[in-house]
Ligand binder design. Structure first.
Ligand code: UD2
Ligand code: MN
Length: 286
């Protein structure tokens, strides 16, 4: 008797109007991070991107609405490189998204965590979004198959960065590019607001998610590949380690819901052709 193919049982309850990923069209791209295309060139190549850096697939419904939040200050070239790759990739992935660039005003120490929280809150007027991707401006994805979607945990999308010899440095490491559902982000009280200067805010965030029993999930290293555009190192936050040792005592009061530390004001907000730009004054560092 010839073997018969087992018929797929079919998945019940799945809406067939959802976008199907065309895997055969996705794969590894040659990324040249020395090429800095100006915004007009990127706009010409991506005519379907709507003002504010928003796009949605035609003919099917995206699985999630995704907000991409980029913490930013004085990295104009990095932003040009990143957007030239991000827009076409997300179009190929058929994901509905909007890109937010959250800029820290002034020359005080950079506060990546607080910027992420401000971006999360401000994105609401353009939403609602199901999924948030917090994205360093200098990391460019190499593999289209690394879908910019959320699972129910903390998804570390940048599991293999060229600068780190394409592997994860330590188990809890969640720096670079991460994806987390909106409700989960609220549950962990967002990022801590108190890390001024380079370092530790990513480990603090990772600790919060574990406290809430989220797993840290990652694509395999051949999928989660990123190139980091070269830049000089910021000076390390001198209090970062001490703050981090006390994360457990602080996470419920230092974050999204905290009236004391989550204070900021918006200075400018504008829908640019390729992204939504929001410039914020985070107040003085501590
Ligand atoms: C690492 C992490 C990053 C973060 C940081 C510690 C990786 C790949 N990245 O980044 O996620 O945890 O350590 O704080 O592990 N930025 C500006 N202007 C500035 C400074 C920072 O725009 O003047 C933004 C920008 O999006 C940048 C990000 O903050 O990509 C992280 O800063 P970085 O690139 O200077 O630090 P890096 O690469 O060590
Ligand atoms: Mn970097």
């Amino acid at each position: 008797m010839p073997e018969t193919l087992v018929k797929s049982p079919g998945v019940t309850g799945v809406d067939s109007s959802r976008c199907q990923v065309e895997w055969h069209k996705l794969g590894v791209r040659q990324i040249d991070i020395t090429e800095v295309p100006n915004f007009n060139v990127t706009l010409e190549k991506n005519p379907e991107v709507k003002v504010g850096g928003h796009w949605k697939p035609q003919g099917c419904v995206s699985w999630q609405k995704v907000a991409i939040v980029i913490p930013y200050r004085d990295r104009d070239q990095h932003l040009k490189i990143l957007l030239s790759h991000l827009h076409p990739m997300l179009n190929r992935q058929k994901i509905e998204y909007r890109i937010f660039v959250i800029e820290q005003w002034g020359d005080d120490k950079f506060n990546r965590g607080k910027l992420m929280n401000a971006g999360f809150i401000e994105s609401e007027k353009y939403g609602p979004f199901d999924c948030f991707i917090f994205h360093d401006v200098d990391l460019v994805p190499e593999n289209d198959r690394n879908l910019y979607l959320c699972d129910n945990h903390l998804r570390h999308l940048s599991s293999a960065i060229d600068e780190m010899r394409y592997h994860v440095m330590y188990y809890n490491y969640a720096g670079g590019v991460i994806a987390i559902k909106k409700d989960r982000f609220i549950e962990v009280n967002g990022f801590a607001n108190s890390y001024w200067g380079w370092g530790n805010e990513d480990d603090d965030f990772s600790a919060r998610t574990q406290e809430k029993n989220l797993l840290l999930t990652r694509p395999p290293e051949y999928i989660g590949r990123f190139k980091m555009v070269r830049h000089k190192k910021e000076s390390r936050n001198a209090h970062g380690n001490d703050l981090f040792f006390g994360w457990r005592g602080r996470w419920e009061t230092d974050g999204l819901n905290s009236h004391k530390t989550m204070n900021y004001s918006i200075l400018t907000e504008e829908e640019m052709p390729l992204y939504t730009q929001i410039s914020v004054d985070l107040g003085p560092s501590k």
